[in-house]
Design a protein around this ligand. Structure first.
Ligand code: TEU
Length: 563
């Protein structure tokens, strides 16, 4: 059972620690989110994804869950969450929560019991292997550095598996008892009134067994988890079961955090008829230019041509199959305007350029997600020293860069464009020192430029924020919602440099989207000289059309309707 309600919605991601603090303790909370639902409603948001707020030691900022059924006191109470759900529902906002079930926290009672009795029922909830003190069961590298194996507390002759931090033991999905527990928990949240889930690291739940070594990809003798994922088969069986046990019982919207998917797997993942999830994120831009050696050898930003090849390729890869959730940033990624606008181009930080990027990705086929602060045009922050960084991933990548011979300064400069801190600083609601985020002392300095704040941008009709509002209104406009949510995607003039242009078409309406990803003007020939092209929207300046030629000004964005 999965209705169509979500197809024309725009989603918004909240990373609760930094969104809005109602209690005054400097940490964002659920009441803070509730207080901003009118803002989200005015923006036009229909789906709200809230990153984890469950009890957690916060080693990985909540993606290390110690109890799947409650709320971390730092974020509030279950009553606060129920109020949030009720208030969101009054505003037609569907709340989806983050399901983190590749692993839990080492503070979860399942893991504690597993440590007490590795051969007992909870031992079988994890991957626990015998260890001779020398040879690990395989040479995979955890995402946050070092081997994926760690000695089991209290059992020097055993190790347990963790794909992420060592405080995040992986759950053993081969065990039907574990799977039943997870489905029970997911159904519990759906019964409470959430409308679906964002499925964290879900591609990782299937391991290739028995564990074995892979060719090392760095001097540490270890191999990326991706090496295992390339060999992985059989995850579709878990997904089918999850669909039957959970999603078929409710009308949900779900989005998978899925990297490394193979084309032949897409139908099982997001197929319109029988796929497990409603959609999965398009990470093509996120992974582009990433080096196995680490962030220090990866591309910090994309050229317009590279960005175009990513999003067009992704659109085509799911064309006959299903839908993507389109993003330019999230809580793990740098700010989209700092990654997908060619940073060596003049004017790449202008509002025009930011709006061109927004329009380009928001009108693709699929469900657009906006990450908190993105709608203000917020850029990456300045990271003055590594001491100011708390993110486990950034710290590991910094060490990796140093080990490769970079000086401290070079290592910091190399990891800063990728650091998760860029997106995790508190939201600016106004121009005051603490941005209206808290009455207390913010848990981390705001660091983003004060100019990107809600109050000022609400006042300014030409702000990036108001342009996002226009885009969302266009997506829900009576005349265009069908073509924009269900219509085909077709690339236009794909080989024209620094032009990103495409059709959306549903047999009744044809829209032509075009964006000039450079500071200089460029001409674009319209597709059919016998047709009239009506300008539906631009990112500000009037559009010049002479005969069959459109002259796009630098960073100009436009949507035309073929008549
Ligand atoms: O991220 C998962 C993640 O980072 C991996 O999927 C990785 O990028 C991929 O395997 C590359 O091949 C999620 C959360 O978004 C993140 O915040 C958490 O730290 C992580 O899971 C662990 O829960």
């Amino acid at each position: 059972m999965s209705g169509d309600w979500w197809k024309s919605e725009t989603a918004y991601q909240i990373w609760p620690k930094s969104f809005m603090d109602a209690s005054g303790d400097g940490i964002g909370d659920l009441k803070g989110i509730t207080s901003k639902l009118d803002y989200l409603h005015d923006l036009g948001i229909g789906i709200l994804w809230i990153s984890p707020f469950y009890p957690s030691p916060l080693v990985d900022e909540g993606y290390d869950i110690s109890d799947y059924y409650s709320i971390d006191p730092r974020f509030g109470t279950m009553a606060d969450f129920e109020e949030l759900l009720a208030e969101a529902s009054k505003r037609d906002i569907h709340v989806i929560t983050d399901i983190v079930v590749n692993h839990c926290s080492d503070q979860h009672e399942w893991f504690r019991k597993a440590c007490e009795d590795p051969d007992g029922p909870y031992g079988r909830f994890f991957y626990i292997e015998d260890w001779d003190g020398e040879h690990l069961p395989c040479n995979l590298r955890s995402e946050f550095g070092g081997p994926v194996w760690e000695p089991l507390p209290g059992h020097p002759d055993k190790v347990y598996l963790h794909f992420f931090d060592k405080t995040q033991p992986d759950l053993n999905w081969e065990n039907p008892d574990l799977r039943a527990e997870i489905y029970k928990m997911m159904n519990w949240w759906l019964d409470k009134g959430v409308s679906g889930f964002r499925m964290d690291a879900i591609i990782n739940i299937k391991k290739v067994l028995p564990f074995h070594d892979y060719p090392a990809d760095r001097d540490d003798g270890l191999a990326s988890v991706s090496a295992m994922l390339k060999e992985q088969t059989g995850i579709d069986q878990f997904f089918r079961e999850m669909k039957e046990q959970v999603f078929d019982q409710h009308d949900t919207f779900t989005v998978g955090e899925i990297f490394d998917a193979r084309p032949e797997e897409l139908a099982a993942f997001i197929g319109t008829d029988n796929g497990c999830f409603s959609s999965m994120f398009d990470f093509s831009g996120e992974v582009f230019g990433k080096s196995e050696l680490g962030w220090y050898r990866s591309k910090a930003y994309l050229s317009a041509e590279e960005y175009k090849s990513c999003i067009f390729g992704a659109q085509r890869s799911v064309r006959e199959i299903g839908r993507l959730s389109n993003i330019i940033e999230n809580h793990d990624e740098p700010r989209g305007v700092s990654r997908y606008l060619p940073q060596d181009a003049w004017g790449c930080h202008s509002d025009d350029a930011k709006k061109a990027l927004a329009g380009t990705y928001m009108l693709l086929r699929g469900v657009p997600f906006i990450y908190q602060g993105q709608e203000l045009g917020t850029e990456n922050v300045d990271i003055p020293s590594i001491e100011k960084v708390s993110d486990v991933w950034t710290l590991d990548q910094y060490r990796t860069a140093q080990e490769a011979g970079l000086s401290d300064e070079e290592a910091l400069a190399a990891v800063a464009p990728f650091s998760r801190d860029n997106a995790r600083v508190p939201m600016r609601w106004d121009g005051s020192e603490n941005g209206g985020f808290t009455d207390g002392t913010p848990w981390t300095p705001l660091r983003s430029a004060p100019a990107f704040n809600v109050a000022d941008e609400e006042e300014n009709p030409d702000s990036v924020l108001n342009f996002y509002r226009q885009l969302i209104r266009l997506r829900s406009n009576e005349e265009y919602w069908d073509v924009l949510s269900n219509g085909e995607f077709l690339a236009y003039e794909e080989n024209q440099k620094n032009l990103i242009s495409y059709f959306r078409w549903n047999g009744v309406c044809t829209l032509l989207v075009m964006a000039n990803f450079q500071a200089e003007c460029q001409n674009v020939e319209l597709p059919d000289e016998n047709k009239a092209y009506e300008i539906i929207m631009t990112n500000g300046k009037p559009l010049h059309i002479f005969g069959n030629t459109v002259t796009l000004l630098g960073w100009q964005f436009a949507v035309l309707q073929e008549r």
